[in-house]
Design a protein around this ligand. Structure first.
Ligand SMILES: Cc1cc2nc3c(=O)[nH]c(=O)nc-3n(C[C@H](O)[C@H](O)[C@H](O)COP(=O)(O)OP(=O)(O)OC[C@H]3O[C@@H](n4cnc5c(N)ncnc54)[C@H](O)[C@@H]3O)c2cc1C
Length: 542
């Protein structure tokens, strides 16, 4: 018998491992996470947090604290722009205001909050929800069989080892994932194209930044190409550098042989002045790469985050996609472990998340090439899609969705679209519509969470009655809402149109807020219809 038995064992307790532990806890599933480092992130790294990630954080009760921390840390709605040198001012604007033109699609907003500030919040909430997190602890080996995964973990300080037995393992062990390597899963894509650095430094930069809505500022000149990210009160910042020298023929290895003096010179070259005192605090080395794993699952082992998709930071997508992996996987693990779904539901994780991951990798790569690397070929470069499509317009095609008119050929399937156009089509994120309940504003998204939800139009009582009949025989709880019933009102009257249904239609939404099935009208409303849709998407048919 193993020293520790737990339903889910998570390797890696950074952004994605912590998110997985938190979301499993939210679904009532115990987990054990081991993290090599002694605590949560010490470097800022990810900061740009998409509306979709914020929606997930809202679901688990973290939106408010994250928004508050973000206000303390960053100028709100900061922009993304380029300068030759900071003192020289802007030469290009990529995003003028982080939330311009996107506030209508979500009950929440995009924020900047750095990883070292977000992770303690994820950790705290995960622990509140019962997750066990062990820091300074390493997973040293694992084996899987048809019933589960056995692993050996080691405490770094004492050297003490213990065995773990879990039904499933999630590898959130980062870009250099040893789990991925051990399983022989290949990364496919563009490979590594620069050995980059991030220089953390102190300097009094307020005179240049204050009064501007600048969050990410690319520095593009003949000495270096990279970006700054500015936190209030502009005394401490970082400069990430991708390449140095002639932009048409650059040196792509910035990290080898780097001295403190050279770091200082590079910071000065990006600032455009020697007159500001600078204190270098730290230099982190990382690789710019754009690759996606060929598969996201091997037996009872699931991989998430940078372990399965690595991308340059341009666009601020990497961490967000990882959180979405965790969100997709957590409810599926919970439903299978609780016996609500057939184990085949877990096989939909890769087919849903891999296309979303691969698309995001290409989009980050395109932004890297177009913004930072004039030397790199534009042949075959994926055209830049709107950030909003990447963040919340990804579309799932799998057995956990009952498609409407899907093309037979997988190559013809759309991977993304403008979320305003999705209209609750199965496989897309259920749209946000403001509703009212007992005088309070609630989003349709606030109706989703631990269970499947059936949302019916104001005349959709045939569906809501049929749904109430169906929940018990399947042994799962179904949250049933008819707009206009139980004090839930739709002041704008926009719900049916936003969900692509008539007033008598209904939509079945998964716990992750993605649409599983839709009935545009009230035709054929019956307990059997709903039971059959649920049984199909839960892989319980037959
Ligand atoms: C400069 C920079 C800026 C960025 N900006 C953004 C941004 O604005 N927005 C965004 O979304 N993303 C951004 N990213 C990307 C983001 O930081 C990553 O995508 C994110 O950290 C991935 O999280 P992860 O948990 O998958 O992997 P990691 O953060 O790499 O964590 C993996 C963890 O696993 C642990 N581990 C590995 N093996 C073991 C083992 N055997 N046992 C125990 N523990 C193990 C490691 O110690 C590590 O802590 C940025 C990255 C960089 C470098």
């Amino acid at each position: 018998m193993a020293d520790i038995e737990v339903p889910v064992f998570i390797v890696g307790g950074s952004l994605v491992g912590l998110s997985t532990a938190l979301l499993l806890g939210y679904h009532g599933v115990p987990s054990l996470t081991v993290e090599y480092h002694r605590g949560t992130a010490i470097h800022p790294r990810a900061a740009q947090t998409s509306q979709r990630t914020m929606e997930i954080l809202r679901q688990v009760g973290l939106e408010e604290i994250v928004r508050r921390k973000s206000e303390e840390q960053f100028v709100q709605d900061g922009g993304v722009l380029a300068v030759e040198t900071l003192v020289g001012g802007p030469i290009a604007h990529y995003i003028a205001d982080l939330n311009q033109g996107v506030r209508d699609v979500s009950p929440t907003v995009r924020v900047f909050l750095s990883q070292d500030a977000l992770e303690p919040q994820l950790r705290k909430r995960a622990e509140e929800l019962g997750a066990e997190l062990r820091f300074a602890t390493e997973m040293v080996s694992f084996e899987q069989d048809t019933h589960g995964v056995s692993a050996v973990i080691r405490e770094r300080d004492s050297g003490k080892t213990q065995t773990v037995r879990a039904q499933y393992m999630v590898a959130a062990d980062g870009a250099h994932s040893r789990v991925r390597e051990r399983l022989g899963i290949r990364m496919l894509g563009h490979g590594t194209f620069a050995h980059c650095i991030t220089i953390y430094f102190r300097a009094h930069l307020a005179p240049f930044i204050e009064g501007h809505k600048w969050a990410v500022v690319y520095a593009l000149n003949r000495q270096l190409r990279g970006f700054f990210r500015f936190e209030k009160p502009f005394e401490k910042t970082f400069l990430a550098i991708n390449t140095i020298g002639d932009p048409e023929n650059p040196v792509t290895d910035v990290s080898t042989g780097l001295t403190e003096q050279r770091s200082l010179e590079l910071v000065r070259a990006a600032l455009g002045t020697d007159s500001i005192p600078i204190a270098i605090e730290n230099v982190m080395r990382w690789e710019a790469a754009a690759d996606t794993a060929e598969v996201f699952q091997n037996g009872r082992v699931f991989l998430a985050g940078d372990a399965v998709h690595v991308m340059p930071p341009n666009g601020g997508f990497g961490g967000n996609v990882g959180v979405q992996d965790a969100h997709n996987l957590a409810w599926k693990l919970a439903f299978v472990l609780k016996g609500f779904a057939g184990p085949e539901l877990l096989s939909t994780y890769g087919p849903e998340r891999r296309p979303a991951g691969a698309f995001t990798v290409e989009q980050a790569y395109s932004r890297y090439v177009l913004r930072t690397a004039p030397n790199m070929s534009r042949d075959g470069l994926q055209p830049v899609a709107p950030d909003l499509n990447i963040e919340m317009g990804y579309i799932y095609h799998s057995g956990a969705v009952i498609a409407e008119d899907a093309p037979e050929d997988p190559n013809d399937r759309r991977v993304h679209e403008n979320p305003r156009e999705s209209k609750a089509c199965p496989g897309t994120r259920a749209p946000h519509v403001w509703l009212q309940r007992r005088g309070e504003q609630v989003s349709t998204l606030d109706l989703f969470g631990r269970n499947f939800s059936l949302l019916a139009g104001p005349e959709g009582n045939a569906w809501t009655e049929a749904a109430r009949d169906r929940a018990t025989p399947l042994g799962i709880e179904l949250d049933v809402h008819r707009i206009g019933e139980n004090g839930l009102t739709d002041p704008s009257g926009g719900f049916p149109a936003a969900y692509g249904i008539t007033a008598a239609g209904a939509v079945l939404v998964r716990p992750d807020g993605f649409v599983a099935w839709r009935a545009k009208t009230g035709d054929g409303a019956s307990p059997e219809q709903i039971g059959s849709a649920l049984a199909t998407v839960l892989c319980r048919a037959g």
